[in-house]
Design a protein around this ligand. Structure first.
Ligand SMILES: Nc1nc2c(ncn2[C@@H]2O[C@H](COP(=O)(O)OP(=O)(O)OP(=O)(O)O)[C@@H](O)[C@H]2O)c(=O)[nH]1
Ligand SMILES: [Mg+2]
Length: 342
């Protein structure tokens, strides 16, 4: 089971905020200072405790954030492809690395200044060492300002990407905007994406679940795609492409022969050919939706193109949606799902 690797990461403060938190905490540290202790010993104890607190707080925080962000090598290709839409992968890894090394530097700087404090017996020196230690510790964090920001941006973009379990069957829905993809997903699964009578309603990926004969199935709703080359696609469309490429065991391609979506059948067919071409290894089921309002001519036009067994549904009313789902499952790796068909 691979749950969403970015969904539970806490927010990352910017470098100024991080410094402020650690600095304030260090000022609150109060080591025991017995009455008879000389002034210099008291100061030594106090500064040692404060430098140690500042260096540990900063170092531990950075190590914690480093561990929160998964290395690219551990990512399922689906999450890797999506992460790539938001960030340069090398920069992401570099930002993680910098957090890790900065955490180590903070710890060793802390130790070094504590040793320095130990060796001195001059009050002015103690004060200088403390000031220098604070300055250097803080500047280590200031130097990774950009990296902290990059990781926080990644977190914000990635946290809502749905969780997929690669052990379960995943069916991804594709098609032009407004053809009824979300309506279909709502009818057959737990997902509740927004449905509206205008295009580009869905701008994220949604995963719904259902169980057939103990088989857990994931249905992924995607943003609508226009018929255009991949390099002209926007980031929202690329999300859909990433899902089709890396998550789909099978694809349901929905056509709207009524053209009430606002897109002609020819445009939709052209998109289908592109999808078919791009994902040759993934089974695709083409389905006609909105046959309640489509003309006979358009339906026949599609049947002439795909053959007479072309499934037809009225997703809005749930008509034939289960049949469409079962037919799609029959196209997937039968060995894995034989219980469903036996
Ligand atoms: N008449 C009819 N309308 C339908 C049917 N299925 C969906 N619709 C309507 O078509 C419109 C678009 O439906 P959505 O499910 O939001 O379409 P979508 O493909 O998810 O659209 P995007 O998210 O914009 O890509 C809505 O007004 C639905 O009610 C159907 O079988 N018949
Ligand atoms: Mg939608």
């Amino acid at each position: 089971m691979s749950s969403q690797p970015f969904s539970k990461i806490p927010s990352i403060p910017d470098s100024g905020e991080l410094i402020r938190i650690a600095y304030d905490r260090s000022l609150k540290v109060s080591p025991s200072l017995p009455m008879g202790l000389s002034r210099i010993k008291k100061l030594k104890r106090l500064y040692t405790a404060r430098i140690s607190s500042l260096s540990n707080t900063l170092s531990n925080r950075l190590l914690f954030y480093y561990n929160c962000f998964p290395p690219i090598s551990s990512l399922h290709p689906f999450y890797k492809a999506i992460l790539k839409l938001y960030v340069n992968l090398d920069e992401y890894e570099e930002a993680r690395r910098k957090l890790f090394y900065s955490s180590r530097i903070l710890r060793s700087l802390g130790r070094r200044y504590i040793m320095k404090l130990k060796r001195t017996s001059d009050i002015n020196d103690l004060k200088l060492i403390r000031r220098e230690a604070y300055g250097r510790l803080i500047s280590v964090v200031r130097r990774i300002r950009k990296e902290l920001k990059l990781l926080e941006d990644v977190r914000v973009e990635m946290r809502n990407i749905p969780s997929i379990n690669p052990d379960n069957v995943t069916i991804v829905i594709a098609g032009y905007p407004n053809v009824g993809k979300s309506t279909f997903v709502c009818k057959i699964s737990t997902a509740k994406p927004k449905i509206a009578s205008y295009p580009f309603t869905t701008t994220k990926l949604f995963v719904g679940h259902l169980t057939i004969k103990n088989l857990r199935i994931q249905i992924m709703d995607t943003p609508g795609l226009l018929d255009r080359p991949i390099y002209k696609r926007n980031r929202i469309e690329k999300l859909a492409i990433a899902a089709l490429e890396h998550a789909a065991d099978a694809i349901i391609f929905i056509l709207d022969p009524s053209e009430s979506s606002g897109y002609s059948l020819d445009e939709q067919l052209s998109l289908f050919r592109e999808i078919e071409n791009l994902f040759r290894k993934t089974p695709i089921l083409v389905v006609l939706n909105k046959i309640d309002i489509a003309s006979k001519e358009k339906i026949i036009y599609c049947e002439n193109y795909f053959g007479h067994s072309l499934p037809k549904m009225v997703a809005k009313d749930g008509l034939n949606v289960t049949e469409v789902l079962l037919k799609t499952l029959s196209l997937t790796d039968k060995g894995r799902f034989k219980d469903v068909y036996s």
